[in-house]
Design a protein. Sequence first.
Lengths: 368, 740
Amino acid sequence: MDNDNSVIYGLEFQARALAPQLAETEKIKFIIGTQSLKQANNQIHLVEFNEEISTIKTSVFHHSDGEIWKITTSPIDSLKLSTCYNSVINESSCIMKTAILKLPESENPNTIEELEVATKLDTSLFGNDVKITDFHPTESNKAVSVTENQIVLWDISGSEGKSILNIQLEGKHNPKFTTGKWNPHQNCNQFTTATETHLKTYDIRSGDLAWNIDGVHSQLLRDMDYNMNKQYYIATCGDDGFVRIWDFRQTNQPVFSRTDHSHWVWCVRFNHFHDQLLLTASSDARVLISSAASVSSENNESCITDETDGLETKQMLSDGPLQWCEHEDSVYCAEWSPAEPWVFASLSYDGRLLISRVKKSLKYQIML
Amino acid sequence: MTDKKSNPLDINGPSFNPDMYLEKLFKECTLKQIMDHENEIVKDTQTLHSDMQTLVYENYNKFISATDTIKKMKNDFKKMETEMDLLASNMASITSFSEQINSTLHDTREKISKLSEVHTLLQRLQFLFKLPATLKSRMEEKNYIQATQDYLHAQRVLQQYGDLPSFQGITSDCESILGELKAELRKQFSNPNASAKELTESVDLLLQLDEPPKELCLEFLSCAEKRLSDQLVMLKDQSEQRDIIEFVDLGCSGFLSDLCLVIASFHDMFINRVNAESLENSEIFENFAAVELDSFVKLNMENYFDLVQSKVDSEQDVGDTSILVQALDRFYRRIEGNTLCKDVNFANTATEIVINAGRKQCKAHLQILKMHFADMLTKVRQTLTTPKLISQDDSSKNLNELLSSLIMTVVEKIKGVLQDLVVFIQPEIHFAQKLQFKDSFCVDNVREGLIVCFMHHFTATARSFCSAGAADPKVPPTLLLLLSKLCLDFQNGSVHFLLSQTDELFHINSKQNSALTTESEIKSTMQESAQELLNYFVRIQGLNCSQMLRKSVETRDWLHTIEPRTVRAVMKRVVEDISAIDATVALLYEDQGTATEHSSDSSRKTHSISVSRHQYRSNWSSYTPNHLDSTLVSNMHKLFSERIEIFSAVEFNKVSILTGIIKISLKTFMECVRLKTFSKYGLQQIQVDTHYLQLYLWRFVADENLVHFLLDEILGSAVHRCLEPVLMEPSVVDIICERG
């Protein structure tokens, strides 16, 4: 086990929602949402990791509206977050909802508060299931919700979200969206979704399909992530256990493809700073940091220095797994900290959060 | 003797002494004897006397005639004396007369001799004047030798008196004709019909005519080159129609012999000849000529080799090896037999060509083998996809047969190829003795280039079926299984057999040569690909089952489901599929490493049920009152059980394969359950389903606790995801499951 340099935070409930606080660039903060069918028990935990002394400070909030399936945070407003939650109506029915919540500005250590709802988003018109609500990367008044077959663009400036645009997924056999994500490049006008084994990216201004890659995985496509430093590169993962990186200008073949997990891969993330580091979480109960140095943005630079001066070059990492953390149960989420490039968190289904650091040796190898 | 001769007692001797004779008689003889003797002597004397008389009488006439003759001679001599005197006087007069004549004729004679001199001069002049005409006529008659000789006769004179105006005309005429002559002779060079002898003649003549040898030799070579290149062109044209033996023969008889001839005549004409004539320049010229010749030969041989190479290349595809080898052998012998050039050893180039041919042949064979292998795979694939095979038990035989026939044909095919290639190194083949060829052919081409390469191709092809990028979703999983087994069987037997066969046939000492790919290397790659294929097979089959399970969970509305009455059809289907896979796998893989401590089936069954019941109960009791306990229990369980690798490598036996498939399927089941929310009846349906799976799946795996554990996890997850977690009575579950 490689957990020497990691801190464990245990939750009382099962959980599958984890998000880094994107707008927070000073402190290492993660938000977790629990998943319990006993509605009142559900909580949101704000976990702050103090790297210097390796301690954790947490704030707990109630989320009594339902069990949380997905959390995202606003990249602009550090207090805003969105949840997709399952609200139980009675013993034989429940409904998926989504809302934008706001964290309190000042902490109150004594009581456990309910979070204030910043914007209500009514998705009942667009479908029964809500997969994700994702904030626009640059505009604070926009967000997108993905239901099982529609994409809804909201104006979230008021307390009631107004839908600006909705895009219907079309195809045979009632295809369903799995998840979605903004493209941080191209002036943030594109929204990428995963449906079955395909990637579909829509131009959010017109609602047209911008580009798509079919069959990125042989089984269900679970998650994807954009490389912040290389605008045409997108990583995908899926039920076939593969992690792939695609150059979406050239869609016939992935530029990178590996299978290091022994079960489905649920989550893939590029490190924001060193995009050769790829964080993946899998239901084989492992979190893996792998190198994709051959297709990283740092690859080119090292190549150039290679030719000019052999002494100053750093050795390029070879592709493949570099470090792993083990959990006791399936891991559905893993995230890099946006504040500190060498810290990442992973959450397993049994409610255990692991905040870990990248191995020192590895860190030095990349930095030096 | 002297005594006897001078014996005075011998009456017939010349020194006869009568007194001594008498004295002796008297002394020795009686009277009577003396008397007798006296009578005797008297008688003898009388006979002698009469003899004398007859002699004289007989010769009388002769004496008389002799005397007459002597008299006559006396007269004749007197006459002769007078005639001799007369003769003497006549002779004297003749002498005087002749002297007289001589003196009178002296002047005239001098004139005559002068005249005759003039005459010869004139004759020569006439020859000169006629020379142009003669030359012309000779030219017309094509009697070039005579023409040259004629010219050479006159040449000196012409040179001497060429300045004189009267001769200038002739000289120029001659020269123009000579020019024609030379041109004519040079034309011979380019005349395709001209034999080498004619050529030699022409060159000879031209040399006599003082043509600069350098120029000549260059011209000669260029003409020869033209001819040879014509030959080459012809060869090239022919090369497409003829088979390789004919082609090589044609090349040998045509081009090579011509080249030899050219070289020989060149030697005769330029190199050896000049030596004799002018010693000064000879060495320089000889060097020059030799260099020219060398480069000429090189150039032509290069062209020829190119041509042969291309022919050999083109031959490969259709290739009958023995014919090819025969042709190459002829070619090689011919090249090796001739030393065409001092500096360059064309045998090396020829060897190169032969090596190339060998390499190409190996490559062609490799290609054929590859194609054949691909064909077979397609065939196997087709057989596998035809539905009747998958269904019932005649597939059992077929799969095994298919495997063994696949191995057999591959091995036989390779053996055939080896036999075919052995022709290259048969002892009677000339180039096969060359070490250079042998090394490169046997080791690089046959062993590494063909056999090892094929094995690599073999594994690569097998792997391509499971490589991530190119994986074809339509590949029948049985094919993967078959291929995996194929690799394994190949690794266990055929690799060794084929390599040792190769080493034996081609006399390769594989132990000494470290550069060779070793058997173990190939074996390990085979093993690896077998493993890879098997893993992939497990993955595919697992995913097929998972897919069914996933769809069944995802598409159902678990919140609004009715109370379970039966096991869902999907579960039966999964069990059926797994049984079918089990049957298929059993055909190829032994059931070694059987499940740990399997007791007899019947007892086991009940046991397993009781175990599960117990577990269920313990779990359920805890779930309902408090969730905390339940997670604790499952975590405790995890602490003590080993970590389960879902997509892990499997071993080469049936149980391991089946375990792999089941693990994948059940894990999927669990993950899907976790994504759903269940009502009471939904949960109970899952309960029934898992129990059903438990009843039927344990027998396929090595460690049945694994199945139990996974199924418990599924049910546990379902309980967690249930709005109203109330489980069914186990007895009812039993009844439903037994009902099917």
